[in-house]
Design a protein around this ligand. Structure first.
Ligand code: DC
Length: 231
């Protein structure tokens, strides 16, 4: 287990705001960021691009070990993702890619293939790791573990706004159904299911602003001396 740098894990279901909160906390702390969901999305995307059979577990696990991934930041501060030299930032953000990711993520061989790749993100001065099993499996020794959740209705609405801001014409009712399906699959799979780590701080973000949630995480980190208290 890489213990070279302090790690803060932020786990939770789709639409809980993990991505936004993790990015903001990493930025404020000046730490690195791991968007682990993007790795599962990339495996599913690479599988489709290479014409793999959707049920080919070994083929997907091989892609998970070999794919060349670069995470960058665009001029507007947004995440940019390159897969084997090609820009795939938008392609991996669709709900279809999310469903594909959730499917390949249920396979232990794929999860194992991604383990070291994820742990390698823990570099000084520290890492904020966003996902489903960051605190339970990938970084069990994390200094601070957050489990972020929100009511299913609010999560569907947030994803709806996020996707429609990017020009996707998805309907709210279809999205609610897909989110419920994905939650069920992510929470009931045999390996690394979505559950709060026993030592996680649970934050229900229903009705809270982004700033309020970021403030709580920063305060919890400051109490553990991960960064200085805010003025
Ligand atoms: O966070 P996200 O929506 O980008 O994640 C896409 C899928 O990947 C999610 O439905 C389950 C899977 N995933 C996972 O199994 N483990 C993680 N650490 C992150 C994501």
């Amino acid at each position: 287990m890489t213990d070279a740098a302090p790690v803060v894990t932020i786990d939770g279901p789709s639409g809980s705001g993990k991505g936004t909160i993790s990015r903001a906390v990493a930025q404020r702390a000046g730490w690195h960021l791991l968007d682990s969901g993007a790795l599962y999305r990339l495996v599913a995307h690479a599988g489709i691009r290479q014409g793999l059979d959707p049920g080919d577990i070994e083929g997907h696990a091989r892609l998970a070990s070999r794919m060349h991934v670069v995470f960058g930041v665009g001029p507007d501060g947004s995440e940019q993702v390159m897969l084997d030299g090609q820009g795939v930032t938008q392609a991996i953000r669709t709900e279809t890619a999310g469903q594909g990711a959730s499917r390949v993520a249920a396979w232990p061989a794929v999860r194992t293939a991604l383990l070291q790749r994820q742990r390698a993100f823990a570099r000084p001065p520290g890492l904020v790791a966003d996902g489903r099993d960051m605190g339970t499996v990938v970084f069990p020794g994390a200094r601070l573990k957050i489990y972020l959740t929100a009511s299913p209705g609010e999560r569907a609405l947030r994803r709806y706004k996020q996707l429609n801001d990017k020009g996707s014409g998805v309907s709210l009712s279809a999205l609610s159904r897909e989110i419920t399906e994905r939650d069920a699959r992510d929470s009931t799979r045999a390996v690394a299911p979505l559950i709060p780590a026993p030592d996680a701080e649970v934050i229900d973000s229903t009705g809270l602003s982004i700033e309020e949630v970021v403030g709580r995480v920063l305060e919890l980190g400051a109490r553990r001396s991960l960064w200085p208290p805010r003025a």
